[in-house]
Write a protein of this length. Structure first.
Length: 394
């Protein structure tokens, strides 16, 4: 069974180009709503009965059961983390906090509350009971001395962006990861093409992880005819675990757009074609639709794609040494009456490749002159005999 959704562990790590943490101390403001340091804090009683209040004795801001507190940025930055520095009262009566977005983390004994996410604004609703406080039978409250707020700093469109899956980014490089299929002769690769990310291989999880950069990342689950080349055309209509198939079942192909937020969608249908150019350079054409019904269609030329095995080791791809980009000398090969005429010593292996690096003929010479027929006309082919290679037009 092939490993599913390669790289997702690494992509759960969000890397921000800039960040800052500010501390808002309630005694500095002595009110229930205020603006400062490119942040705004406002409170309301919501569906509760008691208005929020600043307590001058304890120096804390108090929001009571079913009340709300909203924290937002007043510039283009995004909030990524909030920690509530609870007062003594807050330790006793901390209620369940329900956010409009992101994730709240709460604990008791001692009572703690924090939030993580990526948003310009988040509103918390205070629960009716002190579920996390030392007095759980009392009415719920949120009482804190200060807020520790981490943001992406003053944002710009380049350094601090919010993505969606309709945006497109330049693809500049890729990986092809070979996965043997246990108990079957079927060959399989994860072809991954992506923007100018900085990536590292994490040995503890056997995953490539993005450590820096913004852009897009595509993973195509493909099934070629040979274990030593991923060149070819692959379609979802052929399906998963079939020769020439583009896997979409079990969410095995996906697209990820990464900036300060990450968005992803699994691919639902479409095709991808990989053509070898020379060395480790390939042309990649894809026309796919994701599960959010967004269509992604483009041809990227001469993308460097390196091959690896499933544990991150270098994997040898044979089309880099066999096809048209490695022509060494003439063999005296020519075309006669629609047949390719190849002079060779008896026993020498003769292999013919198309321009995509795929072998279309392979047989040992039985005579000093071999006649090859049955190949489609009007195409450029590469003939290899031993270490000598020649190009012909059929």
């Amino acid at each position: 069974m092939k490993k599913v959704l390669f790289l997702l562990v690494g992509l759960s790590i969000s890397i921000f180009a800039h960040s800052k943490t500010v501390i808002l101390t309630m005694s500095d403001y002595a009110t229930t709503s205020f603006n400062d340091k490119n942040l705004a804090v406002s409170t309301a009683k919501g569906t509760g009965y008691t208005n929020p209040a600043y307590n001058t004795t304890s120096g804390d801001l108090r929001i009571y059961a079913n009340g709300t507190i909203t924290i937002l940025t007043t510039d283009t930055a995004h909030i990524t983390a909030i920690v509530f520095d609870l007062s003594y009262q807050g330790q006793q009566q901390l209620a369940t906090l329900t956010p409009t977005n992101g994730t709240v983390s709460q604990s008791s004994d001692p009572a703690e509350a924090s939030w993580s996410g990526f948003a310009n604004s988040v509103t918390f609703t205070v629960g009716p009971k002190a579920d996390y406080g030392s007095k759980p039978n009392d009415n719920g409250q949120l009482c804190f001395l200060s807020l520790h707020i981490t943001t992406t700093a003053v944002g710009s469109d380049e350094d601090d962006c919010t993505l969606d899956l309709t945006q497109e980014f330049d693809i500049v490089k890729g990986h092809a990861i070979y996965y043997p299929q246990n108990g079957t002769a079927l060959k399989s690769f994860y072809l991954q093409v992506f923007s100018n990310f900085e990536m590292e291989y994490e040995t503890s999880t056997n995953d490539w992880v993005i450590v820096n950069g913004n852009g897009s990342f595509y993973t195509f689950d493909i099934y070629p005819s040979t274990e030593r080349s991923f060149v070819g055309t692959y379609t979802s209509t052929i399906g998963d675990n079939k020769l020439g198939g583009l896997g979409v079942k079990n969410q095995s192909s996906l697209i990820i757009h990464k900036c300060n937020n990450d968005v992803q969608s699994f691919l639902k249908s479409g095709s991808v074609t990989v053509a070898w150019v020379r060395d480790n350079l390939y042309n990649v054409t894809y026309d796919v639709t994701d599960e959010a019904t967004n269509r992604h269609s483009h041809t990227w030329t001469e993308i460097p794609i390196d091959a690896y095995n499933e544990t991150g080791g270098v994997y040898t791809i044979t089309n880099e040494q066999t096809a048209i980009g490695r022509i060494e000398c003439s063999l005296g090969v020519y075309v006669r009456n629609g047949q390719i005429v190849v002079p060779a010593e008896v026993g020498q292996l003769i292999t013919v490749y198309n321009t995509m690096g795929q072998a279309v003929y392979s047989k040992s010479a039985e005579n000093v002159e071999t006649l090859i027929d049955g190949l489609s006309s009007n195409q450029v082919l590469v003939v290899r005999v031993g270490q000598k290679i020649a190009k012909i037009v059929l």
